[in-house]
Design a protein around this ligand. Structure first.
Ligand code: FCB
Length: 443
């Protein structure tokens, strides 16, 4: 292996990411909690329960994040805590969020706050949530309240987390809490309402806090055709890419939704973002013809696949998705990237090889301003329960005991030194040295 160093800009944001329901514990007033009580919804009938106990003590993990040398963290607000009944805003819940946000500032950690990360208050579900246009006014009002109370502590906002994942899992796949109506027409309507909610939230924030940076966290995946397939399969993979990756970005840019069953102009949507948040995890092979599902679940020979068949490790894809959003000409944040790996066997190399792609992008002067690793600590992974562990810190949900993983030590060195060195690669992931520092060591 050659020796060398990949330097990052001095103002680069080194972060981690979490979401309210996955870490807070006892979020009993939302649709996920209710869904967890039913049978057959969550792998091994797991429940979020106390989760990582952040509602009581987020500070303990924030201490660790600060010790690691991170200077940013992405978290989300739980709407059902803030507005437990329509129009009743809970002062104590808002006060607790102020404490958590202040605790981050006190530790030199800049918050990025997501308004909607997969969960809904139960009262909103009764009203039909994203299946009906009434959601827009409710979302707007909730946003106005939290910006009024918390805005001075929040420089960066994410309105909606992964709209396409959310709609796909809930309206088509059925692995997320059931909406009042499922199927493609309902999915199209939900996407349209999510776009309207986003636009309403964007302007609500900017009116009250013009200096805030507002965006979405968009899950981007690589859709490929199987190498053995021909032109038609490649054409189909491109269509899926448009539908899943591009159509949302296009709509936010020009104000027009082209989603099937959700088409049309949306007032105040055009240009409603200041940055692009990319959540990147993996590459998928599109099924062609698309019979019995849209995606293959088997990988090509030689692929490195993470726990529970979650996905293939494909670092090149991160560079590709960064490149694909350059046309929008906005700052880019990697708002999520990580891997389920309870034994921490592939995570050190995963982190290094993915950060190499970020470094490469920065070397081309692509405006990547920060990286938020998913996740700081093992947490409740939605329909996969506690079976998948994404944390830099391992946590036992039965005892709440924590331990920094080896990959957490690596991330600490990277954040503290603001660089990746060949020494780190030799120490943590020698098997990836030829990818990271190709060539021979000087004689
Ligand atoms: C993303 C979600 C996040 C977490 C990671 C693993 O799709 O935004 O909450 O579940 O995947």
């Amino acid at each position: 292996m050659a020796t060398g160093t990949m330097f990052f800009p001095s103002d680069f944001l080194w972060g981690t990411a979490t979401a309210a329901h996955q870490v807070e514990g006892n979020n009993a007033n939302n649709d996920w909690w209710q869904w967890e009580q039913g049978t057959g919804h969550i792998l091994q009938e797991h429940r979020s329960g106390l989760a990582c106990n952040w509602w009581e003590n987020a500070e303990a993990d924030l201490d660790k994040a600060a010790e690691m040398g991170t200077n940013a963290h992405r978290l989300s607000l739980e709407w059902s805590r803030i507005e437990p009944e329509p129009s009743r805003f809970d002062k104590n819940a808002l006060e607790r969020y102020r404490q958590i946000l202040q605790a981050m500032h006190d530790r030199g950690i800049e918050p990025m706050v997501t308004l909607h990360h997969f969960t809904n208050p139960l009262w909103l579900v009764e009203k039909g949530d994203f299946g009906t246009a009434v959601v827009v006014d409710y979302f707007q009002r909730y946003t106005a309240k939290v910006v009024e109370v918390l805005g001075d502590l929040v420089p960066k906002w994410v309105t909606i987390n992964e709209p396409l994942v959310y709609v796909f899992m809930r309206y088509l796949e059925g692995t997320f809490p059931a909406p009042q109506q499922k199927g493609w027409p309902a999915a199209g309507q939900a996407l349209r309402n999510l776009l309207r909610c986003h636009a309403a939230a964007y302007h609500t924030i900017k009116e009250r806090q013009p200096e805030a940076q507002v965006g979405v966290a968009k899950n981007l995946v690589i859709f490929a055709a199987r190498p053995s397939q021909g032109t038609a399969a490649r054409w189909w993979a491109k269509r899926l890419n448009w539908l899943y990756n591009e159509a949302w970005m296009e709509a936010m840019t020009n104000g027009r939704s082209r989603f099937p069953f959700g088409r049309g102009q949306i007032p105040h949507l055009a240009g409603s973002y200041d940055f692009i948040g990319i959540n990147y995890y993996t590459r998928f092979y599109a099924k062609f013809p698309p019979l019995g599902g849209l995606l293959h679940e088997e990988w090509e020979p030689g692929a490195v696949v993470s726990d529970g068949n979650y996905g293939e490790v494909y670092p090149d894809g991160l560079f590709q998705v960064i490149k694909s959003v350059l046309r929008y000409d906005k700052p880019i944040y990697i708002t999520e990237n990580g891997v389920p790996d309870i034994k921490d066997e592939i995570r050190p190399s995963f982190i290094l090889t993915h950060l190499r792609e970020v470094w490469r992008a920065i070397s081309f002067c692509f405006p990547v301003m920060g990286y938020y690793h998913w996740s700081l600590v093992d947490n409740f992974e939605w329909d996969r329960g506690w079976t998948q562990r994404f944390g830099l810190i391992a946590m036992n949900p039965e005892t709440q005991e924590r331990e920094l993983r080896t990959s957490g030590q690596l991330y600490t060195e990277i954040c503290q030194q603001n660089q990746i060195s060949s020494e780190m690669v030799a120490k943590y992931a020698p098997q990836s040295s030829d990818i990271l520092f190709p060539g021979k060591a000087p004689a």
